[in-house]
Design a protein around this ligand. Structure first.
Ligand SMILES: N[C@@H](CCC(=O)N[C@@H](CS)C(=O)NCC(=O)O)C(=O)O
Length: 329
């Protein structure tokens, strides 16, 4: 369930819907950029920054995939919160796959936000990119952290190439990221957190129309923006991989499963089987987080069984051309 800081003080609270019961996601509030140029305030440097994530969270997962694709594991350490997010919000507590906070020794994620801004007002979210030198959060918006690790961190990356948002595709990538955000990435939350039947129906209509559309697109091309893997694929992956195990049940995204879409399902397996995707996916954190953390929609907090799906089964995507690029894992 989580909560909010108001002028630096924590209040456990759920999500405030709009007048028609729709879920409204807060905009991220730390929006500085790391840039690799002389005189920049936040220059990428090995060991200077720290990434706070949850393995359950699809937004944080985007940044973990790029960190892995770029080979930034040594240069950019991470702390992984406990999967449960209840009255105290995200917490650093012992659990398989979770880790402590070596930077501030915090018990709760909110302490990181309080350390960045003692009078912070807003929800305490992951991912968050912390600067150990200036002792502040540089950025807490996944799409921007993803872009920074892609474009500004090559100097400290073990794999500086390829570019996952190359100039020739940048407009198409931005348009695709925008197009999948509301109906799909945020759409599953809008289904799950809708507080009126109408708000739910509206979100479900948009979600399943978008999935049908992208299934059709992927019938004829390997990736969302053509024959190269881009940031757009990373951003769709983190929603698709959670869909059948969690969103279909917990968020009532029940009309179809991803395994029912021939192209989306093969595409999902293709991505899962690549370095950086399956190996950053933790189904235990994912399932436990959602089913336990929202008692207002799952009061028993029982964790639904993992459906019998095999992400490692062979896929049919090799029939579609892929442009192999220098440095690709
Ligand atoms: N726009 C943000 C959203 C991040 C976000 O909402 N993360 C969720 C976890 S999936 C969170 O930390 N929620 C805590 C809360 O709302 O209390 C991003 O893309 O980085």
């Amino acid at each position: 369930m989580g909560g909010r800081l108001v002028e630096g003080t924590w209040y456990a609270e759920g999500y405030e819907p709009d007048a028609d019961g729709r879920f409204v996601r807060q905009s991220s509030l730390f929006r500085d950029w790391t840039r690799d140029a002389a005189g920049e305030r936040f220059r990428p440097e090995a060991g200077r920054y720290h990434l706070y994530v949850s393995l359950a969270c699809p937004w944080a997962h985007r940044t973990l995939i790029m960190r892995s694709l770029r080979g930034l594991q040594d240069a950019l350490p991470v702390s992984v919160v406990h999967p449960d997010m209840l009255d105290d919000g995200w917490e650093f507590r012992e659990y398989p796959g979770s880790s402590a906070d070596p930077v501030l020794g915090a018990r709760y994620m909110r302490e990181i936000y309080q350390a960045a801004d003692a009078r912070f007002t807003g929800r305490v979210t992951v991912p968050a990119l912390w600067d150990t030198r200036e002792k502040t959060i540089v950025n807490n918006e996944s799409r921007e952290i993803l872009r920074m690790l892609d474009h500004a961190w090559q100097g400290v990356a073990r794999r500086p190439a390829p570019d996952y948002a190359p100039a020739a595709l940048q407009d198409s990538i931005e348009a695709t990221l925008d197009a999948i955000y509301e109906p799909v990435n945020n759409g599953v939350y809008k289904c799950g957190f809708a507080q009126s039947q109408e708000a739910y129906e509206e979100a479900a209509d948009e979600l399943f129309a978008a999935l049908a559309h992208w299934d059709e697109v992927l019938a004829g091309q390997r990736f969302l923006c053509g024959d190269q893997l881009t940031e757009a694929d990373i951003c769709l992956y983190t929603t698709l991989i959670r869909f059948d195990a969690v969103y279909a049940v917990h968020f009532k995204c029940s009309q179809n499963r991803i395994v029912d879409y021939p192209h989306l399902w093969n595409y999902l397996r293709d991505l899962y089987q690549r370095p950086g995707f399956g190996d950053t996916t933790n189904m235990d954190h994912i399932r436990r987080h959602y089913y336990v953390s929202h008692p207002f929609i799952n009061p028993t907090q029982h964790i639904a069984r993992m459906p019998a799906i095999d992400f490692m089964a062979p896929h049919d995507r090799d029939r579609l051309p892929e442009r192999r690029r220098q440095g690709a894992a």
